[in-house]
Design a protein. Structure first.
Length: 317
């Protein structure tokens, strides 16, 4: 996910309870093939401990897909995932991501180019089910005909953004279409999975081969652990000190990976992931959000642990 699922957070997720597979931030094929490359190549940074790992890309140039897919294969990723689901207006207006739902001819060209460049590396697609209204049967059937290794279905239209409830019947539909066509494509469902109970229920109801969790991990960092072990308490059950310690570990790993120059504002997006469900958490998050450096953020957390919340609030200002 944009600006959050970088190599640092993926390693934190791994230590909290690893999923079976992870995906990079979505990365622009145009950015990788132009002067903007230095700004975007970091999205594909990873360590061996994060594998198996898919590189997720977006764009609308078949030639650039071919070049990037070849590079991704050489970098050692375990697969390439094409984003046809991002609903952000400025991206859709360029004819990329969810806009491809209205341009199946180009979508097919992009998939073919990616498969050509990827060689024996699996190519998959993540998609929504329509623009303003669902066209799931037509669109999912079309994608299945492209010979994908996997298809992830987010059961919302573009116009829904993240609102409303994801329609998991469309995931079951993809499974049925796949089975009727006798294809080997793995079907993955996505949308509103925030707990182990919901994970197991959706998998059971749809017959999907996998369930993707996105925003849910920010609400419970232990969600993947609890899926494997129902006796695991969720992240909210930790003490405030333990939660702060997790955030400190993230900050330290962030510095080790990216240094202290730049990227700090991105780090703030994780404050609510760690600092939640304890008295005064909101004030502590607010204090962190007003800091401008890793050192200042650490000082705020240290002050809180030491029982000086008033100091913690005063430090960043």
């Amino acid at each position: 996910m944009e600006d959050v699922t970088d190599t640092v957070f993926r390693r934190m997720v791994q230590s909290a309870g690893a999923p079976d597979l992870m995906v990079t931030e979505f990365t622009s094929t145009d950015g990788l093939c132009t002067a903007g490359r230095p700004r975007v190549i970091g999205r594909l940074r990873f360590t061996p401990g994060e594998k198996p790992l898919l590189a997720q890309v977006w764009g609308n140039s078949p030639e650039r897909y071919r070049r990037v897919a070849s590079e991704i294969r050489e970098m050692g990723f375990d697969g390439l995932d094409i984003n046809m689901g991002c609903p952000v207006r400025k991206i859709v207006s360029r004819g990329s991501c969810s806009a491809l739902i209205q341009n199946p001819a180009l979508a097919a060209e992009l998939i073919a180019a990616a498969k050509e460049g990827a060689g024996d590396l699996p190519v998959s697609v993540k998609t929504r089910i329509g623009i303003s209204a669902s066209r799931a049967e037509e669109w999912l059937g079309f994608l299945l005909a492209q010979g994908l290794a996997a298809l992830t279905v987010h059961g919302r239209t573009v116009s829904q953004q993240s609102d409303g409830e994801a329609d998991w019947s469309t995931v079951a539909l993809a499974v049925r279409l796949r089975d009727e066509a006798g294809l080997a494509t793995r079907i993955v469902g996505n949308g509103d999975v925030r707990s182990a109970d919901v994970f197991h229920r959706r998998a059971r109801e749809t017959g999907a081969d996998g369930v993707m969790i996105g925003r849910g991990v920010f609400e419970d960092l232990f969600v993947f652990r609890s899926i494997r072990d129902s006796s695991t308490a969720d992240f909210s059950a930790l003490t405030s000190g333990q939660k702060i310690d997790w955030f400190r570990r993230h900050i330290e790993l962030h510095v080790q990976t990216w240094g202290t120059a730049g990227r700090f504002d991105t780090l703030k997006k994780f404050a609510k992931t760690y600092l939640r469900a304890f008295e005064g958490a909101g004030r502590l998050v607010d204090a962190v959000m007003h800091t401008r450096t890793h050192a200042a953020a650490r000082e705020v957390l240290d002050a809180w642990i030491a029982g000086r919340p008033a100091i913690a609030e005063a430090v960043p200002r």
